[in-house]
Design a protein around this ligand. Structure first.
Ligand SMILES: C[S@@+](CC[C@H](N)C(=O)[O-])C[C@H]1O[C@@H](n2cnc3c(N)ncnc32)[C@H](O)[C@@H]1O
Length: 231
């Protein structure tokens, strides 16, 4: 069966969609936030350091802001390190995230407004801050290639959202060298989550020091992965 991808969701660089439009906020919570045990991490401390490959139009970030606003947690500080090789314009971000206006409308305009102040043509780190009832989120966005971003992180992450298109469409973001570098920039006991269960990805994650655990997927996807940095 051929699945029709709405044209605005297609990343032309990879001929793949940024995310599935059906229940994408809920999917993010199930696959990434539950998979990484975000609430468990926040039950023991007030800081959270996340890594993401790649940023796209910011669906995972909007989903995380929505999740944090509704989970009742206060006074936390979240550092959100992400990377994007082909940044979208603020106009495109606004139009793509517009599909979430019913559920998370109040979050979209502040994010787009802050993102519009980033010079997306300039490679390297950019920073924006977003405040909410949960506390403060600092987005550190690297414009460029994922391995460069991981190498330039100065502190290891608690959790990684691996969301860089399917490995068939974009093998480079799943290459062993990059997964190894991500492992080196993860605290022991830190977590990752991803939507793919591909064998090459699993092997790369094991080589990088992570456990690999298959769990039920979301919205028609049978299984997804999560794991922990073992050493
Ligand atoms: C599936 S989309 C990400 C969706 C995003 N997490 C969201 O929630 O909206 C994957 C993104 O990774 C970016 N990307 C792919 N390969 C990359 C690489 N090697 N380095 C940096 N970014 C990359 C793509 O341009 C794309 O925007």
């Amino acid at each position: 069966m051929t699945v029709q991808v709405p044209p605005y969701l297609l990343n032309e660089h990879y001929d793949d969609r940024y995310f599935d439009v059906v229940d994408a906020l809920e999917e993010a919570k199930h696959v990434f936030f539950q998979g990484c045990g975000i609430l468990d991490i926040l039950s023991t401390r007030e800081t959270l350091r996340i890594g993401e490959t790649g940023f796209g139009p910011g669906r995972l970030l909007i989903s995380l802001l929505d999740f944090l606003e509704n989970c009742g947690i206060k006074d936390i500080s979240v550092t959100y390190n992400s990377v994007e090789l082909h940044p979208v314009t603020p106009e495109r971000m606004s139009s793509i995230l517009g599909v979430f206006r019913t559920e998370a409308g109040q979050l979209i305009d502040p994010l787009v407004e802050a993102y519009s102040r980033i010079e997306i043509e300039r490679p390297g780190w950019h920073q924006i801050r977003l405040a909410g009832p949960f506390g403060l989120l600092t987005l550190n966005l690297w414009i460029g290639e994922a391995l460069e971003m991981v190498h330039s992180l100065t502190a290891p992450c608690d959790a990684w959202f691996l969301d860089g298109h399917g490995p068939k469409k974009n093998p480079s973001i799943w290459r062993p060298e990059l997964l190894m570098a991500i492992g080196e920039k993860t605290k022991t006991g830190g977590t990752y989550a991803t939507f793919t269960v591909a064998g090459a990805v699993r092997r790369g994650l094991v080589a990088a020091g992570f456990s690999v655990e298959q769990r039920p997927g979301f919205g028609g996807k049978k299984s997804v992965l999560k794991g922990t940095k073992l050493y």
